[in-house]
Unconditional design. Sequence first.
Lengths: 82, 161
Amino acid sequence: MADILYFGRLGDVAGTGAENLDIPAAITDTAALRRWLDAEKSAGGAFLKASVRLAVNSEIVVDPHPISPSDEIAFMPPVGGG
Amino acid sequence: MIILTPSPFSPSEALSTFEKEARGAGAIVSFTGLVRDRAGDADVDGLHLQAYSPMTENGIEKAAVDARQRWPLTALRIIHRIGDMGPFEPIVFVATASAHRRAAFEAADFLMDYLKTEAVFWKKELTKSGSRWIEPRAEDYSDSARWTQTDTETDRNARHK
């Protein structure tokens, strides 16, 4: 089971800020994960946007990055504070 | 020192504490960002700030190290709110100290540009008509880009060491 985190607007799209998911064995990298989740959530491409970065175990990665079932994977739309 | 806090803080107390820490500096600059009560034509009831620990803290820490490499700072403090806050509450406080004013001004400006466009936060505005996630404006990105465009020879040499 992987921990998936949805930040910012993606929390609204996913309907939760975090969840523990059983990712199908065929999904082995971040690019495939984006496509699978976008379909699962009927997100209309929200997870596919290039402006949405992924972090695997707190490290921002470039697609396609390998993922394993015990990873914490965060979907990060554009950031900004202040 | 870098602090993320879910509770309101007092910028004047923060500055007073910083002045003690920075004793001996010739220049202290502080910036306080406040929650606005208007966005476009809507009344803002509040803001919600999300962070992703420890990525958020580590990123700000790195920006602080970068600021110290670029300018001769003798002290530095960053306080950022997370969670829920209301109009007019302080959301961010940045203070820098140096021997002379230019370094303190520029470092505070640089750190604020980092916080606005690169720090790992997500910001939601709550209005009467609902809530919406706010992303940095084009001006925020162009402000931030100034620090790569205006590199001095010293900056470039320092980074190549």
